[in-house]
Every structure is written in structure tokens, then in C-alpha cells.
Design a protein around this ligand. Sequence first.
Ligand SMILES: [Zn+2]
Length: 259
Amino acid sequence: MRPIATLAALAFVALLAPARAADLVQVSTLGALMTGVFDGETTLGELGRRGDLGLGTTNGLDGELLAVDGQFYRIHADGHAVLLPPDTRTPFAMITAFTPEITAPLPAGLDLAGLEAWLDRLLPPANHPQAVRIDGRFERLSVRSVPRQTAPYPPLLTALRQQVVMAHESVRGTVIGFRLPTYLRGINAPGFHFHFIDETRAFGGHVLGLTTGEGQAMIAGLDGVSMILPHDAAFGAAVLGDGIEVGANAVEGLSPPRR
Ligand SMILES: [Zn+2]
């Protein structure tokens, strides 16, 4: 076949192929975070080139990390949010280039389990990770954050004994989250994981509980999983096993999947 004809054929195929959804990009593994690998060399600037919606933590387990509209925020242990510069480093994060597949009005009066069940009906959980963004008002919200740890680092379970839980009523803001299929349990916790930031981007945290008010939910299935593994000695030396026996859901306070 002549080269020009081949190129033309390839271009035609590309036009016919369905648009491919974004990947979930994950830094390190939850198992590594569980064992106390709290420092990494991946910067938020690098993550920002891979996506605009995400969550995680920053080096030293310094608070809860949230990315929304390409802006990265740390929620400090006292709940207040700060915009982070791109040279900030993370030991564990998830991010995606978010393009909503489904947008729907958020029903009022759902608790966290009810919200998760509703999201499951909105985009039935198949075998793809899903990314979620909810903008709206929350009648009640319980969030937590953690204080920065000092090396040598304790296991995550020990560090989380210092978590600070904060309760809010009738707050407007954005919930960012992911739903991960069970087969990813070797690298992360299956089920939903949500972080919250208020609409003025002043406070938030890792969501432990909520009651929905009115708002809008957006959800997207993701077509791939890409991992960034730390090069550093702590990750290399961590005993991670198969990553499954870490009991991650229980420790992180995350909901297990219902399938
Ligand atoms: Zn979290």
C-alpha cells in the first residue's frame, strides 16, 4: 500500500473510533501509605499535566489533598484550605482529566451510603474506575484531616489516631471522589473515596459522612489506570505484600463496594 493511502486510512479509522475516556493516574499505592511511606517526589505540577480533578495527601501526610478545576488545595488538620504551589510533593494521590459523562440533579436528604447507592444507579458500576464531582449544598457534613507527621513515620493507622474530625451544617461546596472496582484492591481501597472543599475554597477535608441538600452531580467512567511509582528508598524497602491484607477500607474510613 502506498504511504499516503495508508495515512489516509489511519486518519479515517481515527475519526470513526469512539472517544477514549481519561485515565485514572495514581501516585504510589495505598498499601505503601499504610506502611508509612509518607514522602514522595512527584510534584503537583507533574500531576497537573495529567489531570484536573483528584485527591490524596502531601508529603509528611500533611493534610488532605484535593484538586478541583486544576487547582490543588491542602486541607490542614484544623480544616482550613490553602492553594498549593506546583512544586509541592505528594506520596499518594489520584487524579484524572475530568470530562463528565453524566450530569444529574442531586437528590436532597441522602446520607453517604444513600449518595453512593444513587451514584451507582446513575452510572452502574462496571469494571471501570469512576470519577465524581458534586457541586451543591450539604445539610450536614463530617470531614477529617490529619496533622503533618515527622520522620521516622508511623504506620498510617497510628497517624490517623491524630485525625481531627470537623462537623459542618448547611455548607455549599464541591465533593471530589473516585469509585474503584474491587480488583484494584491491591493498589487502593475499593469503593468510594470523597474529599470536600467549600465553595469559597476556605475549608474542607476527607468526607466521613454527609447529608445532601440540592446540587448537581457529575460522573465519568475512566478507561485506564496509570501508576507513578516513587523511586525513593522508602518505597523500595516497604513490605507491601499483595497490598490486599492491609484492611485499607477500615483504616481509611471508606465504604466497601457493594459488589
Ligand atoms: Zn481521603
